[in-house]
Design a protein around this ligand. Structure first.
Ligand SMILES: [Zn+2]
Length: 51
């Protein structure tokens, strides 16, 4: 699962269904402004951290 406040700069997240890959260029973790309650998702499933 990938809540955006847990996503760190430089990490790559992937959609297991369609193969979309997203790299975090700037994280929101330090801003304290994030109000997300759902994980970042694609194809109806949470993105997963690419190993
Ligand atoms: Zn997808």
């Amino acid at each position: 699962m990938a809540h955006c406040h847990e996503m760190k700069t430089g990490e790559v997240y992937v959609c297991q269904t369609c193969g979309l890959e997203i790299e975090v260029v700037s994280s929101c973790g330090d801003s304290g402004a994030c109000s997300c309650t759902e994980p970042v998702s694609c194809c109806g499933q949470p993105l997963t951290l690419k190993a």
